[in-house]
Structure formats: C-alpha cells, structure tokens
Design a protein around this ligand. Sequence first.
Ligand SMILES: *[C@@H]1O[C@H](CO)[C@@H](O)[C@H](O)[C@H]1NC(C)=O
Ligand SMILES: *[C@@H]1O[C@H](CO)[C@@H](O)[C@H](O)[C@H]1NC(C)=O
Ligand SMILES: *[C@@H]1O[C@H](CO)[C@@H](O)[C@H](O)[C@H]1NC(C)=O
Ligand SMILES: *[C@@H]1O[C@H](CO)[C@@H](O)[C@H](O)[C@H]1NC(C)=O
Ligand SMILES: *[C@@H]1O[C@H](CO)[C@@H](O)[C@H](O)[C@H]1NC(C)=O
Ligand SMILES: *[C@@H]1O[C@H](CO)[C@@H](O)[C@H](O)[C@H]1NC(C)=O
Ligand SMILES: *[C@@H]1O[C@H](CO)[C@@H](O)[C@H](O)[C@H]1NC(C)=O
Ligand SMILES: *[C@@H]1O[C@H](CO)[C@@H](O)[C@H](O)[C@H]1NC(C)=O
Ligand SMILES: *[C@@H]1O[C@H](CO)[C@@H](O)[C@H](O)[C@H]1NC(C)=O
Ligand SMILES: *[C@@H]1O[C@H](CO)[C@@H](O)[C@H](O)[C@H]1NC(C)=O
Ligand SMILES: *[C@@H]1O[C@H](CO)[C@@H](O)[C@H](O)[C@H]1NC(C)=O
Ligand SMILES: *[C@@H]1O[C@H](CO)[C@@H](O)[C@H](O)[C@H]1NC(C)=O
Length: 483
Amino acid sequence: MMLPKKSIVALLASLSFVAAVPQGGATSTSTSSSSSSSSSSSRTTSSPSRSAASSSAPATRPGLSSVAHGSFSGSASVTGALRASSVGTRISVGGVPPAETTYPSDGRLHDAQPAPYVPAGGIGTNTTPIYNVQSDFDYESLALALYQEWIELDLFQFGLQTFSDSDFQDAGLTAEDRALIEFMAEQEIGHATLISNILGEEAPQQCNYNYPFTTVREFVDFSQKLTRFGESGVYGFLAHLDSREAATLLLQSISTEARQQLIFRQFDGLFPMPVWFEVGVPQSWAWTLLAPYISSCPENQTRLAWQNFPALWILNQPNPARYNASEGYNETLGAGTNTLNSTGISGSAACYNNKDKSGDCNPAITQNRSIPLSYPGRVVNLTWEEPGKLVGPNNSYVTSSQAGTPAYVAWVSQLNVTYSALNLSSNTSGSTVQPNVETFAGDPAANGTLFIAITDSNTFLTPFNLSLINDHVVAGPALYQAG
Ligand SMILES: *[C@@H]1O[C@H](CO)[C@@H](O)[C@H](O)[C@H]1NC(C)=O
Ligand SMILES: *[C@@H]1O[C@H](CO)[C@@H](O)[C@H](O)[C@H]1NC(C)=O
Ligand SMILES: *[C@@H]1O[C@H](CO)[C@@H](O)[C@H](O)[C@H]1NC(C)=O
Ligand SMILES: *[C@@H]1O[C@H](CO)[C@@H](O)[C@H](O)[C@H]1NC(C)=O
Ligand SMILES: *[C@@H]1O[C@H](CO)[C@@H](O)[C@H](O)[C@H]1NC(C)=O
Ligand SMILES: *[C@@H]1O[C@H](CO)[C@@H](O)[C@H](O)[C@H]1NC(C)=O
Ligand SMILES: *[C@@H]1O[C@H](CO)[C@@H](O)[C@H](O)[C@H]1NC(C)=O
Ligand SMILES: *[C@@H]1O[C@H](CO)[C@@H](O)[C@H](O)[C@H]1NC(C)=O
Ligand SMILES: *[C@@H]1O[C@H](CO)[C@@H](O)[C@H](O)[C@H]1NC(C)=O
Ligand SMILES: *[C@@H]1O[C@H](CO)[C@@H](O)[C@H](O)[C@H]1NC(C)=O
Ligand SMILES: *[C@@H]1O[C@H](CO)[C@@H](O)[C@H](O)[C@H]1NC(C)=O
Ligand SMILES: *[C@@H]1O[C@H](CO)[C@@H](O)[C@H](O)[C@H]1NC(C)=O
C-alpha cells in the first residue's frame, strides 16, 4: 500500500529535519532585514549560538538569520484567514456518543487482556506510530503552535540583547537568571524544529516582530503573558487532534513551555502557580493574542485559517509592578495581553525594592503579596474595538466577529467558563464585576493570568467544547492579571 506523500515526508522528517526539508529559513532571510517596511527600529536579533552539536544529532531548523523589530506599515497582497473553497455556516453539535457511556467504571476488568499486565482498550498501542498531521485541523493547529515557538525564540533573545546586565540587575535578575532565559531560547529552537519536522516543507517560517515593552519589568511580564497563551492555546486543541502521535510530541514540548511561564511569573514577582488546573483556550484566541506582535513574515509564508477577534483593553488591569496593583488606570502596553506598563512607577508606589513595604514582589521562588492583585467583586472597566481592523503579519489578517449584542464577560480560567453581566456604557465599552466561583471547594477559579472576552450569550461550556464560544465572541480575549 502506498502511503500518501506527506506521510512519508513527515515520517522521514520526524527523524531529521535535514532529511526531508530544505533549510527554508536560510533562503528567506534576504527579505527580512532589507524589507521595505517602515521598521521603527533597525535592531535585529540572530539565532543563539549553541555549543557544537554531536555528529549524530539531527539538525535544527534555523530561524531567520536576522529578525527585524518594529512596526509594519505596508499593505498586503493577500488578506484574511486561509479559507477552503467551501465554508459551512457553523458547527452542528450532536449528543453524547452512546459508546462513551457504556463502560462500567467499577474497578474490575471487563475484557480479555491482550497480554500479561496489559488491560484491554486504549488507542494506538499496537500500531506503528507515524508523527505526521492527518487533517486540516491538525495542520492549522500545529502551524499556529509553530508561529508561537518562533516568536518565543526571538523574544527571549531580544530581551537579553535589548537590556543591559545592569538593567536586569536593577530588576532583581542576576547573570544566572539571564542564562536561564538564554536556555529557554534554545529550548524554542528544539520546539520549532520538532513542529517543522511534523508539518513538512511548507511549515511556517520565522517572522519579524514588534514588541511593546521598554523595561525589563515589562519584558518579563510580556513573556509571562505570551507563554500563558502559548501554553493554553495548545491545551485547547491537544486532545482534539486527529494525530495522537503529534499530540504526544507536542505535549512534551508544551510542558516545557509551562515551566517557562511559571519561571517568568517568578521573575515578575508573582506567586508561581495560584491555580489547581491550567486553562486551555481555542486556537483563534491564541492567534488573536499573538498576531498583533508579528509585524511581517517572509514571502510565501504559510497562512493560518484561524480567526482574529477585535481587540479588548482592560482599563484597570491589575499592575504587578505596583505595590497596590489597582492604583494604575489605563496602565498597560496595549490591548490583548494587556502587559503592565512600569514606566513612571517609582518610590512608594512601586512594588519592586519598596523599602517601606518589604519588597514583597521582587523576583522570588514564591511569596505572598501584601495586597492581592485582584479579588472577587472587583469592578473591571473594559473597552474594545469594532471588527474590520487589519492586524498581524504584513497587516494581512482582518478582525471579525459573528456575535450579536455584547451582554456578558466570559472568564475562562482553570476548568471553568463563568459569565458576568456586562454593564454597557457605549457600544464598545462597559464594566463588569469579577466573579466568585470555585473549581472545587477551596480553589477560587479566577486566579493567575486568565482569559476574558466580551460575549453575546452565556452559553454553558466545559473544557472540551470551549471552542463553541467563538461564535459568541464580540471582542477579546484579553489576559486579566488576577493573581
Ligand atoms: C511582508 O512584507 C515584507 C516587507 O515588505 C515582504 O518582504 C514580504 O514578502 C511580505 N510577506 C508576505 C507574506 O507577503
Ligand atoms: C515563492 O513561491 C514562488 C512560487 O512558488 C516561487 O517562484 C518563489 O521562488 C518563492 N519565493 C521564495 C522566497 O521562496
Ligand atoms: C488600592 O488602590 C485602590 C484604588 O485606588 C483603593 O481603592 C484600595 O483601597 C487600595 N488598597 C489598599 C490596601 O490600599
Ligand atoms: C489609554 O492610554 C492611551 C495612551 O497611553 C490612549 O491612547 C487611550 O486613549 C487611553 N484610553 C482611555 C480609555 O483612557
Ligand atoms: C507607559 O507609561 C508612560 C508613563 O506613564 C507613558 O508615557 C507611556 O505612553 C505609556 N506607554 C504606553 C504604551 O501606553
Ligand atoms: C501566605 O499566604 C498563605 C495563604 O493566603 C498564608 O496561609 C500564609 O500564612 C502566608 N505566608 C506568609 C509568610 O505570609
Ligand atoms: C490568587 O492567588 C494568590 C496567591 O495564592 C492569593 O494571594 C490570592 O488571594 C488569590 N486570589 C483569589 C481571588 O483567590
Ligand atoms: C468603571 O466602571 C464603573 C461601573 O460601571 C463606573 O462607575 C466607573 O466610573 C468606571 N470607571 C472609569 C474610570 O471609567
Ligand atoms: C453601570 O455603569 C454606569 C456608568 O457606566 C454606572 O453608573 C452604574 O452604576 C453601573 N451599574 C452597575 C450595576 O454596575
Ligand atoms: C451602537 O449599536 C447600535 C446597534 O447595533 C447602532 O444602531 C448604533 O448606531 C451604534 N452606535 C454607535 C455610536 O456606533
Ligand atoms: C467549575 O468547574 C468544575 C469542574 O468542571 C465544576 O465542578 C464546577 O461546577 C464549575 N463551576 C462553575 C461555577 O461553573
Ligand atoms: C458543552 O459540554 C457540556 C457537557 O460537558 C454540555 O452540557 C453543554 O451543553 C455543551 N455546550 C454546548 C454549547 O454544546
């Protein structure tokens, strides 16, 4: 039997990038640094130097040899998400498949064992694994994850190159902390290579980026938030992939990303893990948050099918750089991630090295903040954009929404989707109240860096069908800094 060509490519590629995939990054570099875009900064980063690989190890896939930073103001020849020739109107949801409810779950064995010590059942335990993608859903999900790995590779490098050693020291971060960030960049080379190998020749290339931060504190907070949606964006689709083999490898990558997120929280002076469960979100949520930071991609870049929702600002976003996080208003670096703005916070207002206040949010393995970042009952002021705005690489994607009148704020955190009523003050602004819900007794659901969105309904959703929320999203998500 003939395997489809893509499968063969992926199988070979999974063993070594160079076996099946040309080193595409290298051929595209000429378009990056000499681009005609109006980059506001000519600073570039290059791939981290690594110690010589052993001769037997498979090669890594290179990113751009020089990544440009700054905004893009050109126009694109192609706009909008990737579309198939036929597009339905909406997902039709069926009931519970009967076979999913017949197993007795009583602690006894109900079927003959195929071998000693092997209980019957499971999927993919007696076939030869092939690490490829098996559907458009798989390809688009992994391609999105690759866009994410590429930006992380550049982001961690860029932070290290942009700020001086003394800038880091002034933010409480040592040479060893910087070496850890450097190692995180190297991890991204591995993740980008792995996903490229699974996808094959057209795997998205690295792009050029536009970051909002100007201080170490903001870089750390941005990284904490970017890795949050990188991690959650993968949890949202992992168990829905057709390829369980790909899911296995991706899980092993994203577990590393989860550790990066936790470490950036520690660098940010936050409690490392104030939740019992890590949240998953739909692909279009991750893409909405990521796309604004990609200024341009090389010619022939593989495009994505996911949606970009209108941007959402949290006007009174809790600011971890403040001793009292609620004191700042409109103090973020923009919509979406709503990264903290630390410029202009000093003296007794600042959290870091606040001599009067015992510096209870300096970088640390763990600590309590004297004043919690947020709390149930807190009024949250929001503003958002109308759809139809150009965003993302080469301004080539368009924000959109299929939702009706804004009516709720969805709080997506841990295992829960909770809705709070939205009090509109205009068509694109309003307020709500932070809800008080628990996953299980003793675990407040709304904590950590969580996701909120403006919706037109309060449709009941659980972690495995959360993507059905997309039809109801008016704007967002935004990352709310709950704890
Ligand atoms: C994006 O813009 C850059 C700079 O103008 C250009 O080199 C590149 O080909 C464009 N990318 C795409 C995918 O159109
Ligand atoms: C882009 O694709 C076209 C058509 O396949 C090809 O001729 C061209 O060489 C490609 N450009 C790059 C930079 O890969
Ligand atoms: C923190 O700031 C908010 C907003 O100004 C204020 O309402 C609150 O009382 C302050 N909390 C403390 C403990 O000072
Ligand atoms: C928030 O601040 C930005 C500039 O930092 C400004 O453009 C924007 O209008 C402000 N938004 C509100 C609602 O005050
Ligand atoms: C960050 O805060 C400073 C000082 O308050 C302000 O000048 C700057 O415009 C803010 N940055 C953004 C992106 O709003
Ligand atoms: C930190 O917070 C926890 C939970 O709120 C509390 O039990 C503990 O006593 C606090 N520890 C310190 C050292 O403040
Ligand atoms: C979130 O977690 C932090 C750290 O454990 C805690 O201090 C805070 O009170 C929690 N917030 C809520 C709303 O429970
Ligand atoms: C935030 O929302 C509340 C409740 O709607 C409102 O009373 C308050 O004026 C808003 N704050 C700002 C600064 O707009
Ligand atoms: C709704 O918002 C208005 C102002 O925006 C405020 O005066 C009013 O108190 C708010 N109502 C509730 C229930 O929060
Ligand atoms: C607000 O929305 C309503 C209903 O969609 C529309 O009729 C009205 O023109 C909008 N107002 C503004 C100021 O855009
Ligand atoms: C939150 O999720 C847990 C676990 O699925 C569930 O038991 C609980 O009822 C949910 N709470 C709310 C308020 O939805
Ligand atoms: C999502 O799943 C839950 C069961 O876990 C179900 O009760 C709910 O109706 C589903 N939501 C939709 C919109 O299908």
